[in-house]
Write a protein that binds this ligand. Structure first.
Ligand SMILES: [Fe+2]
Ligand SMILES: [Fe+2]
Length: 270
């Protein structure tokens, strides 16, 4: 896990940056939204469990955590879900109902604490209301993003993710061309279905995101970004349907990647 940072007065970021040899890093973020009733959005990756729990607990007493909003049940979002729900007995689990059912195949989900949501639902968290919104790209049909109506913060799940040259805490630190290329690469690998969409209907989907007019963009796979970046990001997403399809590594290439990762680990060991 990388060092947590504060991206807005009410938003804490818990980042990990997964190395992709020869390419860069993939950020994986969980967020803590310090509403009157605090909301943890996703729970990091499993290998970071102890650090993640300590980092969240340093900002909010788990007993005071009211909501755990799980954007979807992929492994990079559910790393500490069971530990968090155990440590935060007053928290409800806000998620797609089928995410709850599917997770029950690998941990004992307390169904009586699940607050099932779908697009358009509002969640009142004390001083503000959150709206459940559809991300424009996604790798799971259970994906549900969050719009904080009071601040305009938009949590976009896997959408607007990017593979980056190096870790950073602000998307504007990344050269625009590298960011656009990394976002396109991520989008084609995470949402390969985008190649078969009706272009006109896809642009309507992007337009709906535009109309949300977010002030800040918090992707699960991008450093914090200003809402002023939205147009540039949407321009990248517009090109996804006709972009080169992503090609995963074959066994030879994969072995090379693993060897490179081993080399990187040796290099970082004192
Ligand atoms: Fe995902
Ligand atoms: Fe993800």
């Amino acid at each position: 896990m990388d060092a947590p940072y504060q991206a807005a007065p009410d938003v804490h970021v818990y980042p990990a940056n997964l190395p992709i040899p020869g390419v860069g890093v993939l950020p994986v973020n969980a967020y803590l939204l310090m509403a009157e009733e605090p909301v943890l959005i996703d729970t990091g990756i499993g290998v970071d469990g102890d650090d993640f729990i300590a980092a969240v607990s340093s900002i909010v007493d788990p007993q005071k955590l009211k909501w755990v909003w799980l954007t979807h049940d992929d492994a990079d979002h559910t790393g500490s879900i069971q530990r968090i729900m155990d440590l935060a007995p007053n928290a409800k689990l806000v998620t797609h109902g089928f995410s709850a059912f599917r997770m029950a195949t690998w941990w004992p989900v307390p169904m009586e604490r699940v607050h099932a949501i779908r697009f358009g639902d509002e969640l009142h968290v004390g001083d503000r209301a959150l709206t459940a919104v559809a991300p424009p790209l996604y790798d799971s049909p259970m994906s549900i993003g969050v719009l904080d109506q009071s601040t305009g913060s938009l949590f976009t799940v896997d959408a607007f993710g990017a593979i980056l040259p190096e870790p950073t805490q602000d998307a504007s630190d990344v050269p625009p061309e590298a960011l656009a290329g990394g976002m396109l690469g991520w989008a084609t690998s995470d949402s390969p279905w985008a190649h078969i969409v009706d272009r006109e209907r896809f642009s309507q989907v992007l337009d709906r995101v535009r109309q949300l007019q977010p002030t800040r963009i918090f992707s699960s796979h991008l450093p914090a970004a200003s809402g002023t970046s939205l147009e540039a990001f949407l321009k990248v997403l517009e090109t996804v349907p006709d972009a080169e399809p992503f090609m995963p590594p074959d066994s030879h290439h994969f072995a090379q990647m693993i060897a490179a990762m081993a080399g990187m680990q040796r290099g970082s060991t004192p």
